[in-house]
Write a protein that binds this ligand. Structure first.
Ligand code: ADP
Ligand code: MG
Ligand code: MG
Length: 207
């Protein structure tokens, strides 16, 4: 049946790191408009540390995501470090079996995003990474029976729509919320990096 290997999951994380580097200036520009202009450098630094920590490659998916999450928590000072760290730390235990099918990876992503919500208390529409992640998970689940490639394609599209929908919103969480109404009219940086995460998964699983 359709299953991902540990090598696929490592390739996903590496592809996310590469995408963040390609979009580093854009992420920083978005954060300069409604934050403190460090989202690109925060994510790039954290993911460089992650890629360094993946050598030698972890033996299991749960070990992989534990390493990714712990490295992000310890190497990124901003809000995004503990939040992305929590996402990956919560994914690990949901991937304890050797056979990771599309439903299992969807359930792991859901456990991760539930952890981000528990930690950051953001709801849909608060103009955060949740606005990209939550719709992506729903799209993943709806397409999971069609296999990885279809699920990842649907999730990446939903994430991008969620990211775009943050533009008119007033931020209710994080630094951008300090701006009140002036936060409207800008894309959320974290929703933008979260879309890169789902796009990296789509590109890795496209086969
Ligand atoms: P900081 O705001 O500490 O400088 P970053 O700039 O790296 O951290 O990350 C900012 C991003 O973090 C925001 O664009 C938003 O998507 C996300 N974020 C901030 N607070 C929360 C929260 N409480 N819940 C979910 N996401 C959040
Ligand atoms: Mg910032
Ligand atoms: Mg900061």
């Amino acid at each position: 049946s359709d299953a991902v290997s540990i090598d696929d999951l490592v390739a996903w994380i590496r592809a996310f790191r590469d995408a963040v580097h390609r979009h580093k200036d854009e992420l920083t520009r978005l954060d300069s408009e409604i934050g403190d202009a460090d989202h690109g450098s925060n994510m790039a630094r954290g993911l460089d540390a992650v890629v360094a920590a993946l050598n030698p490659a972890p033996a299991s998916a749960s070990e992989l995501f534990k390493t990714v999450g712990m490295t992000l928590v310890s190497s990124v000072g901003g809000a995004s470090g503990p939040l992305y760290g929590t996402l990956f730390l919560r994914m690990g235990p949901a991937l304890a079996s050797d056979e990771v099918d599309a439903e299992t990876l969807g359930a792991a992503l859901r456990a991760g995003v539930d952890g981000v919500i528990a930690r950051g208390k953001a709801e849909l529409g608060d103009k955060t990474m949740i606005d990209a992640l939550s719709p992506a998970l729903d799209a993943w689940d709806a397409a999971a029976s069609e296999g990885f490639a279809a699920a990842a394609r649907a999730a990446a599209e939903a994430a991008a729509r969620g990211r775009d929908a943050t533009e008119p919103l007033v931020a209710r969480k994080g630094r951008a919320s300090y701006l009140g109404e002036r936060s409207a009219g800008h894309l959320d940086p974290g929703a933008t990096s979260a879309t890169l995460l789902l796009e990296a998964l789509r590109d890795t699983l496209a086969g």
